[in-house]
Design a protein around this ligand. Structure first.
Ligand code: ATP
Length: 205
């Protein structure tokens, strides 16, 4: 089925957003003719703590900076403004009603391959089509087998990008080079706020 004109929902912790996320969003826009891609930073991920305790507001600000000037990308507060853990199944249900043109959920192959730990996953799999981004080390063949056979799955055609927020945080913590891993405005924000153990700089430096 065609995804043209639908809205791509891209949920994540985005701690911080990095160029891998942006590339996935822009490839999804282009390859499937989506109308827009909505980044949805989560306040409280259900399965883990937010590393370094970086607040949803700060992660939201970084997404805003990263997508500024990039047509077709936007950010939603829907999970930040909801108290308690945000479950993807609830977010999709809500946004499906808001976007009559239809939605598709964008997800990395690593996270999607663990679908059976997601809340209400059998229903989730049939709620909307999925756009899966390849990630190094994840065999895409798993998405051809049960339980994924009940879902409509589209795999992004791109070389996997070996980058994670974990690696980005590690580099700030250790004072290693971070050039090209996050957009410049995000890099400035991280340093001005001293996030991830980065040495704090003043906005004028
Ligand atoms: P962390 O290292 O903290 O686990 P992450 O880099 O995986 O973070 P998340 O914010 O948890 O980033 O991911 C949001 C979504 O983006 C997830 O679906 C994840 O699989 C996907 N994603 C993140 N990085 C990449 C990448 N390099 N290539 C493809 N998908 C990615």
């Amino acid at each position: 089925m065609s995804l043209a004109g639908k809205v791509g929902l891209f949920g994540g912790t985005f701690n911080p957003i990095h160029v891998g996320h942006l590339r996935v969003a822009e490839e999804a826009l282009r390859q499937f003719g989506l109308k827009e891609v909505l980044f949805i930073p989560t306040a409280h991920p259900p399965h883990r703590e937010v590393a370094d305790g970086v607040s949803g507001e700060l992660r939201y600000e970084m997404v805003k900076l990263a997508i500024s000037g990039r047509p077709g990308l936007s950010v939603s507060r829907v999970e930040l403004d909801r108290p308690g853990p945000a479950y993807t199944v609830d977010t999709i249900e809500l946004l499906r009603k808001e976007y009559p043109e239809g939605v598709a959920y964008i997800v990395g192959a690593d996270i999607f391959s663990q679908i059976e730990i997601w809340r209400d996953w059998p229903r989730l799999l049939t709620l909307c089509p999925f756009i899966v981004a390849p990630r190094p080390g994840v065999d895409l063949e798993v998405f051809r087998r049960p339980p994924f056979d009940r879902a409509e799955i589209h795999v992004l055609n791109m070389t996997p990008i070996a980058l994670s927020s974990t690696e980005v945080r590690r580099r700030y913590r250790l004072g290693l080079p971070t050039q090209g891993l996050v957009p410049e405005a995000v890099d400035r924000f991280i340093r001005e706020h001293g996030l991830y153990g980065a040495k704090r700089t003043s906005p004028l430096e």
